[in-house]
Design a protein around this ligand. Sequence first.
Ligand code: ADP
Length: 360
Amino acid sequence: MARITIDDVTKRFGGDNNSVVAVDDVSLEIDDGEFVVFVGPSGSGKSTLMRMVAGLETQTEGDITIGDTVVNQFGPRARDIAMVFQNYALYPNMTVQENMSFGLKMSTNMSASEIERNVTSTAEMMGIANLLDNKPGELSGGQQQRVALGRAIVRDPNVFLMDEPLSNLDAKLRTEMRTEINRLQNDLGVTTLYVTHDQTEAMTMGDRLVVLNYGELQQVGTPLECFYRPANRFVAGFIGSPSMNFFAGTARGGTLQCDGFGYDLSERMQESVGSYGDLELGIRPEDVALHDEAVDRNSFEVVIDVVEPMGSISYVYCRVADQESEDTFVVEVGGQRPISEEQTLYAHIPPEDVHLFDGA
Ligand code: ADP
């Protein structure tokens, strides 16, 4: 098991002038046994950062330490890590038993019977003991992913690296495997780095999230910290589904004038962002209330655009009645509440749930 330190690490790609900065001066400490999720949109540098920890890519600048050893000069084998990818990367001509044994045969002095014992017990733990004589082509996607995980686990590595391991599975299986990986990581206590672009996966897995955009670290924190106290506008918009609503406006003397409504900034808001200038007001769909009448000065009339029933909740897409643009924002309401597109309703944005960001 191992602690991982990433120290001022930068990776540039692109021929002689190295013009693509895939990872931009990232520093990060991952505790022994911690489960950390790298999350961000496609191209944000997640895989490159993980591949540098794996030794599959060499950083342009900075140091990577696993345990007490600076591993910059070490190839992947010397780092004692196990990787799981989305395409499983199983050997098609080998049986499950052979796939799971292969790494142990290559890198340990274990006897054949010891290897067999370890493979069998790991296969039992993963629920694939009945598949040991099958070849990967005879297995479903979910079973193949279990084999890939089993093959990583049986090696008993210092670190697990998982790069979008569930993205080829259907939604139901993905949810199941998500729970299973959480349980396994918890039971085994092996330091784990997990890459995903899926913010739902990020919210439900891992002790901490590392949010990346354009190769830059945006926030490091527990999923709830990133959700409730996003460090910036990017994290606020990326974490949470459906994503946060944003209203751009200009503040003058404590009132934020947005398109079609004014919002009174509380003292707390004015202390944090000032009372003048361009700002963006952020509010999550579940924090907006829809009333039949205006409840205070921070309520405004809305036109209902679309109601999307989801079962226990509905998403109501609204437009500010007096706004010039056609933009909509989304409000989450209880699924039993009848809302029709002809209704006149007032949205209320409670000050305690508002997030404010500097405007562009
Ligand atoms: P993510 O995993 O978040 O999708 P990547 O780490 O794969 O992002 O990529 C980050 C950036 O680096 C992207 O702009 C990508 O095009 C670029 N990149 C990644 N690998 C290479 C490579 N081998 N050569 C050139 N550019 C690369």
